[in-house]
Design a protein around this ligand. Sequence first.
Ligand SMILES: Cc1cc2nc3c(=O)[nH]c(=O)nc-3n(C[C@H](O)[C@H](O)[C@H](O)COP(=O)(O)OP(=O)(O)OC[C@H]3O[C@@H](n4cnc5c(N)ncnc54)[C@H](O)[C@@H]3O)c2cc1C
Length: 491
Amino acid sequence: MMAILEVDVLVIGAGVVGAAVVRELSRYELALLLVEKEVDVSFGTSKANSGIVHSGIHDRPGTLKARLSVRGCQLFPELAAELGFLYKQNGAVVVARSREELAGLEKLAENGRANGVKDLSLLSREELSRIEPNLSAELAGGLLAPSGGIVVPFDLVFALTENAVANGAKLMVGTEVRGIKVEKDGFLVRTNRQPIRTKVIVNAAGLYGGEVAAMIGDHSIQLYARKGEEYLFDRKLEGLVQRTIFPLPSKVSKGILVIPTVDGNIMIGPTAHRVENYDLSTSVSGWNEIYSEARNLVPSLQPADLITAFSGLRAVGTTGDFMIAPSMISPRFINAAGIESPGLTAAPAIAEYIVELIKESGLPMPRKRRFNPLRSVVRLRDINPQAQAELMQKDPAYGQIVCRCEMVSAGEIRDAIRRGATTVDGVKLRTRSGMGRCQGGFCTPKIIRLLSAELGLPPEQISKNGPGSEFLFGRLRGNQAEKAKEEKEYA
Ligand SMILES: Cc1cc2nc3c(=O)[nH]c(=O)nc-3n(C[C@H](O)[C@H](O)[C@H](O)COP(=O)(O)OP(=O)(O)OC[C@H]3O[C@@H](n4cnc5c(N)ncnc54)[C@H](O)[C@@H]3O)c2cc1C
């Protein structure tokens, strides 16, 4: 029988919600554990979305979505300064495609003001084309929300988890919760690894939130998946639009958007269609729908500049709002379910809210004296040439470029592995290697070798994103032990 791991709070699911909750909880003297069934954090919905920090104009006043997204948006600038994740407050513009839609913009502005969104302004057609000259000349006007921003979503999750771990939280990836027994003073949790005893559980399992709640007999969480496809264009389009461009929203979604990413790409999407399975393919019909809508906003977009596509699944609840509350079965089991859009935006505020719910459950939570809110990572691309040269002088691995498209060095890849990446996707999301024009065609073999050397594993065991996605099969030529030693020195 394996020893039971005893903690105060167990957070299930290392998406943006679980990561934000555990980071917020790491301000307190608590034994914290974040478990994730995938091989890395942010491998669920938090990896594949539009990366927009919404201003809060879209959500219905009085809902948790409205309150927590406005608060979340306000928290981003300081959080980004503390944790050094990729974020930019670029603002958002909702456009009217015809004169008839202008009334819709006014209504949206009223909605935003009711939610407490500041500095909204209506723009004439001329004002709109002055600030965004590449928009269609057919557009009739706009609504500017300067507080909106963009973020690299997985970078946010890495930053939150790394900072939580630096402040004493424990992270276990590849750990799936499979059963939960309610006990007198907490819960006994069965996983594919060791059992866990905990006083409090936060259910942040995304699409699987219903299954996890059902493990304690709570059947109130009914979720379905709404798929969103996204299409990414080459960085050479950087600056085509400065702000995130929205059409007027429909009943189910905020519409097809033109999104400048923090890294300088342009992205268009997402679709919003209910699906019955969790497959993450993209489709010709999805592309046709997105491209035709996006071209109404920015006519110069060309398919030839497309570099990749992906899709994500929103976990949609039955209430039309986030479902964040203690379970009826136990006040110490907090559901954070139905976190569809704007869940990424709201996550820091959801975390504050959940911490209050845990306090109300009676768990003693003394403040930590020495909480360190800061995190730093080396990003060669973002520092000036002199600082780059100094870094390379100190550590030559920063001078060896592995990913030519995105200019990522062996040093940064090594750091990413030491920060927790165990797969090629884990390295890619932490460093951008493989995200450029060639989409990893050049650097993937080198990254496999670096992972193999740093983790001390044969290259055949290095995978794209976990077991079953290994790249190499059969016996490889050459002496692997010697090669691994060589790579270790090189890294
Ligand atoms: C196409 C698309 C575009 C979007 N755009 C935006 C946007 O621009 N702005 C915005 O604010 N929001 C956006 N969203 C919404 C946002 O992405 C989500 O609200 C957010 O990522 C949800 O995070 P989460 O932590 O709840 O879920 P997830 O990221 O899915 O995390 C849940 C985690 O729990 C793990 N897990 C599940 N079951 C178990 C178990 N039994 N044991 C252990 N681990 C388990 C999963 O593997 C997963 O990693 C978008 C969503 C989509 C799909």
